[in-house]
Design a protein around this ligand. Structure first.
Ligand code: ZN
Length: 251
């Protein structure tokens, strides 16, 4: 099976892309590190994507409606933000609609997974709607999309954290919980790329993709920051997935 991965990076103070590349090269992958495709947008294409982004903003945590009729100032914000090396955050976008933008950035040969696995990373917050909007770290679709601020904001902190925060004693927890510019994000991103590799592999093999039930396995679907640290940051595999991973790596 192909072991080529394409990482479409995004500028981020805490993320060392070369380290992520080396991690997978050392595991036997051929890694192509690419620049943020949004930075090359110009003219009509830039305008169109800016307008689209303004339209797919989430407006209310409980309501599915999006910002269908954006104000010119909102489109202008998106246009300026797209061209920034360090983008502003704070807006939440519909994850699946956001993902659609990336279809245009995938080179035609990568539309066939046998030629390589594309990974896109965003510096923005994305969410999916069920009973309400839920922030997401990773969208396992085509292509796989990973939100870097999602790692910090999507998994819940423990109840203790919120109590401490209310009582203004957060500093006690400050080394434990992930922050925006946390150096641990680089290693955690490797873990989410591994999830994406397993996902793509399952498509090629025509099998269902399932997360792992083992809280210490990299394929565990973490909902709490504590779980992200034990499952993703530690980069451990359960026995079953270790065997599968080694088999794939050496194939
Ligand atoms: Zn596992």
């Amino acid at each position: 099976m192909n072991k080529k991965i394409y990482l479409y990076s995004v500028n981020h103070d805490a993320v060392n892309w070369e380290e992520i590349k080396d991690f997978f090269v050392n595991k036997g992958f051929e890694v192509f590190l690419k620049n943020d495709p949004f930075l090359n947008l110009e003219g009509e294409r830039l305008n169109k994507i800016a307008e689209y982004l303004a339209k797919i903003r989430v407006l209310h945590p409980l309501k599915k409606d999006l910002n269908d009729n954006p104000f010119p100032i909102e489109i202008d914000y998106e246009k300026r933000n797209l061209k920034r090396e360090k983008r502003k955050k704070g807006i939440i976008y519909d994850a699946f609609k956001f993902l659609k933008i990336y279809h245009d950035f995938i080179p035609s040969e990568l539309k066939d997974l046998n030629n390589g696995f594309p990974f896109f990373f965003t510096d923005q917050l994305i969410a999916t709607f069920s009973d309400r909007w839920h922030l997401r770290v990773i969208i396992l679709s085509f292509p796989v999309l990973i939100s870097i601020p999602g790692i910090v904001h999507a998994p819940a902190k423990d109840r203790d954290y919120y109590i401490a925060e209310t009582l203004k004693s957060v500093p006690e927890f400050k080394d434990y919980y992930l922050k925006e510019n946390d150096k641990r994000l680089t290693k955690i991103l490797c873990a989410y790329v591994i999830q994406g590799i397993f996902f793509y592999k399952s498509i090629i093999e025509r099998k269902d993709f399932n997360f792992c039930d083992d809280k210490n396995c990299v394929l565990y679907n973490s909902h709490f920051q504590k779980e992200v640290i034990s499952a993703q940051y530690n980069l451990n595999f359960c026995d079953k997935h270790r065997i599968e991973w080694e088999k794939f790596r050496q194939s």
